[in-house]
Ligand binder design. Sequence first.
Ligand code: ADP
Length: 479
Amino acid sequence: MRILHVAAEIYPLVKTGGLADVVSALPPALAKRGLDARVLLPGLPGILGGMIGLKPVLRIGPVFGAAVVTLLLGRLPDSGLQAYVIDAPFLFQREGNPYVGPDGQDWSDNHRRFALLGWVAAHIASGELDSDWRPDVVHAHDWHAGLVPAYMAQNPALKTATVFTIHNLAFRGIFPLDCHVDLGLPMRKLTPLGIEFHGKISFMKAGLVFSKRITTVSPTYAREICTPEFGCGLEGVLRDRGGDLSGILNGVDYGIWTPDDPVIAKPYNADNLKGKKTCKLALQSELGLSRNAEGPLFAVVSRLTSQKGMDLLLAALPDLLREGAQLAVLGTGDGDLEAGFRYAATANPEKVAVHIGYDEEMSHRFMAGADALLVPSRFEPCGLTQLYALRYGTLPLVRRVGGLADTVVDATPDNLQSDRATGFVFDDASRHAFGTRIREACALYRDEGAWRQVQRRGMVRDFSWDDSAANYEALYRSL
Ligand code: ADP
């Protein structure tokens, strides 16, 4: 079976979040199961520069405002899988973030940039762009690829199935209504039953309306997004499509996320955790934190936004500090939250350290060196960092939402007794609830034997891609 994955980012070439990790790991996991999986990506500088052996397949265009568009085919650097790249310098040769310009604003032509991605996918599906390869299923990821099923629906003879995966419903790909003229879609699609969304256009909605099946990245998030609290105004569409919507948990690439990875201070494993102590001391030194704290070292590796509950963390910081614990933050995001963490670090230099920035290697040292990872998200489609933390024996402390609820087993007395606990879970998005769970985590930390047990239980949990890939394969076959 031939599967074409369509996405805007892929680790390690271009990454702004978990989407990139998924797009780099899922296709190889499918290939391992014998499927013929390829990827289609926009020709951003990081992608053009990082692919191996790119060769032209076809010169297309001019389309979507780009005079020269060339479809290239090459291999991905890690997995060696084949990937198509759309080389359209006018639209994609821009340094930095794939979605926003240096001023922090969305690129004003994003609708054309990502329409091109969808349009090329549809034409690969129809066999017009590469006579040697034609997919049976096109799998589009997030709003960037939301127009894939809309363009494919334009060709009634095309039998290729479409799957659309929501990685984060909060980013809905919304554009003014008059952008419609640039998309090459008929007016009759511009209705509330089509891609119109409250007087605008939503690429995410296009994906939801026109794809054959919809998935999201955890079973709990699949239920949550059908409610007004989590549905971002699209809950009605999702409820209508309820029979075609399911949740498949993301996996982890344990080749990359393992406590003997090359960038941590000392390797360790579930049977011998001695190296973890060395990693903690190394991280404390690296960040200028005191090496004699009595409490645990909590870490955050995250976008610093209110979605991630980072304001809750600033509010609960006094609870954490009162326990003699430390906090290390790695992230970028909202200016006021960045400033809040910087201030906290200046005020508590031995106990709070903040690195504002995006640093892949440092994120591994955080996972290995911390005792616990804080993920107090207001909503969380799947979340990957808590899964990485589990493998590094770093206890996740998470809010009971989305994929966090599906992957962390709370250290209640019962779960501790039955050796099922892998972390800490709290319910209310409030300082009180979060602060209380932080204090309780600190109490468990003082019981070394109990803490070890939870660490070991988490480290041996298996969230590899094998199960997820099997679920996706079953979905494709059902189509
Ligand atoms: P989201 O995609 O919503 O940001 P996820 O938990 O699904 O959240 O994925 C986040 C990914 O980005 C993880 O791989 C995490 O390690 C990584 N990440 C987030 N912030 C940073 C940072 N400042 N430096 C390095 N990696 C980061």
